[in-house]
Structures are given as C-alpha cells and as structure tokens.
Ligand binder design. Structure first.
Ligand code: BTN
Length: 272
C-alpha cells in the first residue's frame, strides 16, 4: 500500500514518461479546472480532495480525502451525435478499472451512477464546453474509495457506500487512479474510432436499471416532477444504441429517455 497519493505514485502504474497528468492535493473541482485552463486534449486532472465537487443537476459531490476525483479533458474529432455516448462509455470504463484495480464487480444505474452491492459507489459528470472551436468534453468521475461512512452520510438519498465500507480494507488509490486513466484513454481512442458497440453490450450486461419498474424523477433538464408530462412510471426494457433508456408505459406507449434520472423499484420498494 502506498503511503502517499500523488502524481509520482500514480505514474508508477503508468507507462514510463506518461506526462498528461496534473495533480492537486485540493482544488475546487477538477471539472471546473478543466474549463478554466487551456489544456491539451488527453490531459487528466486529478485531485486528492475537492472543495466544490459537483454532481449532475447542480448537486454537490462531497469529495473528501480517501476518494478519487479525476477528470479527463478531450477535444474529440467526432460527429455530434456521438457525444451522447460518452457518459455511458465512461461508466463501462469505470467498471473495468474497478475490477482490474480493486477486484470488485460493480453495476451501473442509468445514466451515470456506479453501484456496488446496491449502493452508490460513485458517479460520472460529463460536461461539454463550446468555446469557439471543436466542442471540448470533460469527463469527471468520483469514487468513494477509502472513505468512512461519515464522509458520504450527506448522500443517504442514494444509499452511498465506499470500497472500504463494502470490502473492509483499504484500496491503493494510485493503482485505482492509474487504472481509470488507462481505461479512459482506451475510451478516448474508441470514441474517436466509433468503436461503441462493445460498450453498449457491456453497459447492457451491467445496467441494473434494465428490466425494472422505474419512476421518473426528472428528465432532459427539467427538475420539477410536475414537468414530466403524462407519464411518471414505466418499465425500463433496454437501452438503445446511444445509451438512451427505453421505457414502456402501462398505456402501451414507449419512449427513449436521453437524459434524466429514474428511481428503480426493487423487491422492497423504490430503492434509489
Ligand atoms: C454524480 O454523482 O452526479 C456525478 C459525480 C461526479 C463527481 C466527479 S469528481 C471529479 C469531477 N469533478 C467534479 O466536480 N465532479 C466530477
């Protein structure tokens, strides 16, 4: 187990000469740093803690030491419809990294949550920046790794957990971060090349939302339940080829949710 989590400790697990990594003991948000700075495509910004970590829909993402908080900055040369695939691809990449470095098999809750033992282990926040040229993409991921329960008690809504609470031992943060770097580098290459099909298959295999009754919490930028339209509950039958969630409604209608959040009905009611 490494004693210190820093740029050098992460680079030990990466190919010699890897120099696309910026490390902070603390920053406000690695996604925000990526937006502020003129970074080269392919740069990873990593923090040991964040004072203003963000989740989707303007939520906070508590980012205490013990977790890992990397963001990848990209300027991919891809057709715009492919941008919709990035969060789903990142979820698959994260599952691979967690399995390789921590030996755990996680699941995905559509769209962007990483789940371990039915609880939220982490999440992905993908942001797009239109600053004149080709759109920039920032893929941020936060994983509760060596954090104790008190670090994420704020997220009781999602029944949060950490690798430590579930495995009962500490994980090497450097090895886990480096594993994410490798899997996200592969994602970036596959995104450019249009190799999405294997990610869709893997997402389907691991998405705990598929095949479940769901309640829609919000969708496509709308946060008020009353703005959801005529349907609020349905059956999540599959994801389509851009990671949209296919919902069948009780009246026979169906639709594909591109973005939003659902709660999943488990045997004991709606679990998260
Ligand atoms: C979510 O749970 O809705 C997504 C959480 C994403 C958190 C990561 S941590 C690294 C990056 N920087 C941020 O401020 N957010 C993302």
């Amino acid at each position: 187990m490494q004693s210190e989590f820093c740029a050098d400790s992460i680079k030990k697990y990466l190919p010699e000469g890897f120099d696309r990594l910026i490390f902070f003991e603390e920053t406000d948000s690695t996604n925000e740093f990526c937006k502020r700075e003129a970074l080269n495509s392919g740069t990873f910004v990593i923090a040991a803690s964040q004072s203003g970590g963000k989740g989707r829909s303007g939520r906070k993402f508590e980012s205490k030491e013990g977790g890992i908080f990397p963001s990848l900055f990209l300027r991919p040369n891809i057709p715009s419809e492919r941008l919709m695939c990035i969060t789903g691809m990142a979820a698959v990449a994260a599952l691979g990294a967690l399995e390789d470095a921590a030996g755990v098999k996680c699941a995905i809750k559509w769209t962007n949550y990483i789940i371990l033992n039915g609880k939220k282990l982490g999440g992905i926040l993908t942001e797009l920046c239109f600053d004149g040229g080709a759109p920039a993409v920032i893929i941020g991921i936060g994983i509760n790794a060596n954090n104790r329960g008190a670090d994420f008690a704020w997220d009781s809504e999602n029944k949060a957990c950490s690798l430590f609470t579930e495995l009962g031992h500490k994980t090497d943060l450097s090895a886990l971060t480096a594993s994410l770097v490798k899997h996200f580098d592969r994602l970036a290459a596959d995104l450019e090349a249009g190799n999405i099909a294997s990610y869709i298959e893997e997402y389907r295999r691991n998405c705990q939302t598929i095949g479940r009754e769901v309640t829609l919490l919000w969708r496509e930028g709308k946060s008020e339940f009353s703005q959801l339209g005529e349907h609020t509950q349905g059956f999540a039958s599959d994801i389509d080829d851009t990671f949209g969630l296919i919902i069948q409604y009780p009246d026979g209608k169906s639709e594909i949710l591109r973005s939003g959040e659902v709660s999943v009905r488990g045997q004991t009611g709606y679990i998260n």
